[in-house]
Unconditional design. Structure first.
Length: 335
């Protein structure tokens, strides 16, 4: 199934941007100033491609083939899992700290059957001196979009990207200097669908129960000494003892998971000296609103929200890529 927004192509498009996640494919027709002229989505995520170059090209053709035909010389730039080990072309991670120019310098190209060139954005890797490595693919492009939309955040800021694998990102002098991944969304899905905790929950989730959600956030804040695994079991016992209705248990679980993520993230932010720096939530507006509510409950009132910044990020990276190519050409001429 393909979803298409109202297309308002009045100017010559400058770029076809592609955000290729594990479960979803999004394409954007982007103008010369980064404006999104049209958006299309499908369920042809990278997990359904099985690492087949032909499958990737065919999926993109099905979703944006008319754009490719109408604008034969337009550039195509893709980010996300399309550049992973099982993607269309594996593009090595750029090392953190990095900025948009470092990302642009590591963009790689693959040619389709008709010799059209498709450019793919690298992911980003963070290897702390005294910790385990962390990686992202796709979020680096959203971050580039944030810094393009909010230049004041380039100096010092903390960016949160909620989702299946939430990212907390530190920004200094226009560079991603550190980031940490929390598997909050994936844990919620697994626990709700495949654990004993989900047995008392209704199959269809109703509207958010804000009281149950904030109780979970508060219990995460107040009861960390009991241990996360112990607190999780409360999702079951609160239902068994009829202290919380079944319809509220999923929201309590969500609050508990998000609450633990926020407690860890705020401590990490404080240790980095970014407590007074801008805090920006990026992603699905509804999910970001839940995070903003939880942050507010924990005393953080200054978080702002941006929706999908991937199109602007793709545009910013493409512009930086053009600058990289110009610099290389000038160097060859001078030599």
């Amino acid at each position: 199934m393909v979803a298409i927004n109202k297309e308002i192509v009045t100017l010559d498009p400058h770029l076809i941007g592609v955000d290729w996640g594990s479960t979803c494919l999004r394409v954007f027709l982007i103008g010369s100033y980064g404006e999104v002229l049209a958006t299309r989505t499908s369920a042809q995520g990278s997990s359904s491609m099985n690492g087949s170059a032909w499958a990737y090209e065919q999926s993109l053709e099905q979703l944006a083939g008319d754009w490719l035909q109408e604008y034969p010389d337009i550039k195509v730039l893709a980010c996300g899992m399309v550049g992973s080990k099982h993607g269309w072309l594996e593009v090595p991670y750029v090392a953190c700290p990095s900025d948009v120019n470092a990302i642009a310098a590591r963009v790689m190209s693959v040619k389709g059957v008709d010799q059209r060139r498709f450019d793919i954005v690298p992911g980003m890797a963070y290897r702390p001196a005294n910790g385990v490595p962390d990686v992202m693919r796709g979020e680096e492009t959203q971050i580039a979009g944030v810094l393009s939309l909010r230049p004041e955040a380039s100096q010092r800021s903390c960016i949160i990207l909620p989702g299946t694998h939430s990212k907390w990102v530190q920004i200094e002098q226009g560079k991603v200097t550190a980031f940490a991944t929390h598997m909050t969304g994936e844990l919620f899905a697994i626990l709700r669908q495949h654990s004993v905790l989900g047995r008392l929950m209704p199959s269809q989730q109703n509207e958010l129960d804000p009281i149950a959600f904030l109780r979970g956030v508060e219990d995460a804040r107040q009861g960390m000494y009991l241990g996360f695994a112990h607190q999780l079991f409360a999702v079951r016992t609160l239902g068994l003892m009829e202290m919380m209705p079944p319809s509220s248990l999923a929201d309590y679980l969500s609050g508990l998971l998000i609450g633990h993520e926020i407690q860890a993230g705020l401590g990490w932010r404080l240790a980095a000296g970014l407590e007074q720096a801008p805090l920006i939530l990026v992603g699905d507006p509804s999910l970001c609103a839940h995070y903003a509510q939880a942050l507010s409950h924990c005393g953080v009132l200054n978080a702002s929200i941006l929706s999908n910044t991937a199109p602007v990020g793709l545009w910013a990276i493409e512009r930086a890529t053009a600058g990289v190519h110009a610099t290389k050409l000038a160097h060859k001429v001078n030599v």
